[in-house]
Write a protein that binds this ligand. Sequence first.
Ligand code: FPP
Length: 249
Amino acid sequence: MNSDQTVHGACDLDPAGLPVHVAIIMDGNGRWAKKRLLNRVKGHEQGSETVRTIVRTSREIGIRYLTLYAFSTENWERPKSEVSALMTLLNRFLINERKEMQDNDIRLFAIGQLDRLPEPVITTLKETMKLTRDNKGMQLTLSLSYGSRSEIVDMVRAIAREACQGKISTELINENLVSSHLNTCNMPDPDLLIRTSGEMRISNFLLWQIAYSEIFITKTLWPDFSKEEYLQILKEYQSRDRRFGKIKT
Ligand code: FPP
């Protein structure tokens, strides 16, 4: 939260107790559209609007890292028309939001198998990341063509290679070394993981990184997820007792 506490509805949040890193599994776009007898793509379009709202709110209240699960490795299996619509939406979002990112000191970052994305999206992504790379207010990370298991496989390969080349000894392999070989090496682990649409699963998202994250699952479908509900979850997060497996003495 800004020191002047101007964010509507956020006044009762303790700025010192905010999560540093919020990660979100955005789910329910398809069901949102189905309920309205609309094409699934309409759900993704409305979902993009929610992305805008949540990015803006996160920056306003002082979240330092926001990571969104925008497209999983498994999502490639969806009908071509839906994949193509999602890629178009993503490209449009990146272009349209550049000014807002620059004005609000937001750095764009991406994790996942980015080389699998269509060429125009890769170009837009690279340009946006380059343009915003010195921004320090908040890092917005989009997980694109992302799957945690394949990220872990890549990490194991990289560490094994370094060990074979004699660059590291196996005794030096520890949790920090593992973390430093993941796509998320430039950010702390998420403090808070939110999943919309009520499903009780992790869906191959940040498996290593969420070891001690507080998890909130809301039944709200992503396109209906609002600033007010987000603030309410943050408020509830602040009342949780995070012990990291220890006990209070
Ligand atoms: C899950 O809903 C959502 C996705 C697979 C894609 C998320 C994409 C967006 C929110 C919009 C575009 C993203 C950005 C960053 C601009 P679902 O389709 O699985 O919903 P369902 O489970 O109800 O079918």
